[in-house]
Design a protein around this ligand. Structure first.
Ligand code: FMN
Length: 187
């Protein structure tokens, strides 16, 4: 069975644009993926970008909302490469760290962990409280990768898009998906 399909979840942390850029990039590449977005993501995106997330994803046939527990990837039988939550709110991190499958994002993440598949959490908060750090430790011990939304500056970014691309490229690297989003160190 071919397992190359990626699941992208967008939650209500600052920087929902990271998830939008990733989704658009994979769509342009013709790479197979599904998207879930939460109400929180919709609110933050509108606040930060002045656009409706539902409008961005309008007419895409691979997009699900967070209450759709009958989505195929709520089951481990759906053949996924893995899942990235970008950005990942502290609330969603807390649900996953404590095994609470309250909504589709938390359920799908829990499925990745139980099936031993790749789960990447692009967390965003500053500063972190001890419970947040403990939750990151818990998911890391369970097999997830914490990839904070903290772009590097060593590739000499010229604008915000370059900074976004650095984080999005680092996510694609985790899934060994080729990209040209930043110049690699040493090349
Ligand atoms: C403008 C705005 C920015 C926010 N930024 C963050 C953030 O960076 N990190 C975070 O954990 N929560 C942030 N929140 C709070 C979350 O959106 C909130 O906890 C929400 O319930 C998360 O739900 P979700 O994970 O289901 O999307 C922000 C909220 C707003 C309105």
């Amino acid at each position: 069975m071919k397992r190359n399909r990626l699941l992208i979840a967008l939650t209500g942390a600052s920087g929902v644009e990271y998830g939008v850029v990733l989704s658009k990039y994979l769509r342009e590449m013709g790479y197979p993926f599904d998207v879930i977005y939460t109400n929180g993501a919709e609110k933050v995106y509108y606040y930060e970008m002045g656009k409706k997330l539902s409008k961005v994803f309008k007419s895409w046939d691979n997009v699900y909302t967070n209450d759709d527990m009958s989505a195929p990837f709520a089951s481990g039988t759906y053949p996924l490469l893995g899942m990235v939550i970008v950005p990942c709110s502290m609330k969603t991190l807390g649900l996953i760290a404590n095994g609470i499958d309250l909504n589709l994002v938390a359920r799908a993440a829990s499925v990745q962990l139980k099936e031993g598949r790749k789960l990447v959490l692009v967390v965003r908060e500053s500063p972190y409280s001890l419970p947040m750090i403990e939750n990151m430790k818990k998911v890391a011990l369970a097999g997830a990768t914490i990839l904070p939304a903290s772009p590097g500056f060593y590739h000499k970014p010229k604008n915000i898009q370059d900074l976004i691309n650095h984080v999005v490229g680092k996510i694609l690297d985790q899934f060994q998906i080729d990209h040209d989003l930043f110049k690699r160190w040493g090349f």
